[in-house]
Design a protein around this ligand. Structure first.
Ligand code: SAH
Length: 361
């Protein structure tokens, strides 16, 4: 799809034809199975200072934590016993020999504990090749590293000078060369982000030939620099916000980001029919049924949060992030019902690897 066509779709007020096409392609390729990745938010300590993120190093209002090793192992064992198939270890970004070693040890322990059956995805930021290799040797199969926005100029606007777009890109290349299943993604609705940028993002996923994508709406966090420009208008959809009251504008802005994210997911499913696409937590923050809506029109992965409750509220990437207080069992039972309502079902005891990756030579 060329950029002009993508932009036309993103501008469309009635995307029902687009959604119907995406649904059909999804049914013919990845089908109605939804694979679970139990998400363990391992640590909110972060060396980076991204202008949008609640756990940025300069935010002193955060209580910093590392999940203790036993709790990580317990969460992994729970996921395995429940037939989740996979877990994701995610954390703020830290590069040190000690961190590399700690994760390596945990990976080895998780593999032993789960009889080498659980699939492990990492989302631990930019690291050097040696670290990626060691973690892979210890059992990690997939890596998620969002480019955040594929447009270099916009990237530079949203990050301090010492955050390097090329370095992030290089990490994605390194991961690909190591033969990880590689996932990337972007935030949607960022200040200064235009529909042209989003079209570029879709083309970036294709050019990078990624196996997985996780993209979600950008949501302001009060303790970040970007909060002060929360009323910034960038896409044509947002122009009407100018004439609304604060309350109405906030509501419409959320709706616009949700709509845009769903359109992006549908377009991506049409463009890359066999990749894995996540229905992200941020979608659920904007709409209680946001993830199910995404599954209906293209996504096939859900990442239920398995972070121990005592740490959970400190992994606050953006305002209003869902902090489920139900037991894990209740959350999964609820998810099953919700998915059944849209004709989808959980693929238990399967890794749910990216078909796109499996078909590579
Ligand atoms: N350190 C890891 C993971 C970081 S947090 C890494 O560098 O990849 C995971 C994701 O949360 C980020 O990649 C970013 O896309 C998302 N995120 C951060 N702040 C956000 C915000 N304000 N709104 C929506 N998503 C946000």
């Amino acid at each position: 799809m060329n950029a002009a066509t993508i932009i036309d779709y993103l501008n469309m007020s009635d995307p029902s034809d687009l959604f119907a096409k995406a649904k059909q392609i999804k049914a013919e390729t990845v089908g109605n199975k939804v694979y679970l990745r139990g998400l363990i938010e391992y640590s909110n300590r972060c060396a980076k200072d991204c202008y949008y993120c609640g756990i940025r190093v300069s935010n002193t209002n955060v209580c910093r934590y590392d999940v203790d090793d036993q709790s990580v192992l317990d969460a992994a064992e729970y996921a395995w016993r429940k037939g989740f198939g996979s877990i994701v270890l995610q954390s703020g970004e830290r590069k040190s020999r000690e961190f590399t070693l700690r994760i390596e040890t945990l990976l080895n322990q998780i593999m032993t504990l789960t009889n080498h059956e659980i699939g492990i995805t990492l989302s631990l930021g930019e690291q050097d090749e040696d670290t990626y290799k060691r973690w892979q040797d210890a059992g990690a199969k997939r890596y998620l590293l969002r480019i955040e926005t594929s447009n270099r100029t916009l990237y530079e606007k949203l990050h301090p000078k010492n955050h390097d777009y090329d370095a992030r890109l290089k990490c994605l290349e390194t991961l690909k060369n190591l033969n990880y299943q590689v996932g990337t993604g972007v935030m949607i609705g960022l200040p200064f982000q235009t529909l042209e940028h989003l079209a570029e993002d879709l083309q970036f996923f294709q050019t990078m030939d990624v196996d997985m994508v996780g993209m979600g709406p950008y949501i302001e966090h009060v303790d970040t620099p970007l909060y002060s420009i929360k009323n910034h208008v960038s896409t044509p959809l947002d122009v009407q916000l100018r004439w609304l009251s604060e309350v109405e504008a906030t509501k419409l802005k959320k709706q616009n980001r949700l709509d845009l994210t769903l359109k992006m997911i549908a377009l991506l499913r049409i463009q890359m029919p066999t990749i894995n696409i996540a229905a992200t937590t941020a979608l659920q923050t904007l709409d209680p049924f946001g993830r199910e809506k995404a599954i209906e029109i293209g996504a096939n992965i859900i990442m239920p949060n398995l972070t121990p409750l005592k740490y959970r509220e400190n992994y606050f990437l953006y305002d209003g992030k869902t902090v489920v207080k139900d037991t894990f069992d209740d959350t999964i039972a609820d998810l099953e019902v919700r998915l059944a309502q849209i004709g989808a079902e959980i693929g238990y005891n399967q890794h749910g690897d990216s078909l796109h990756f499996k078909s590579k030579p």
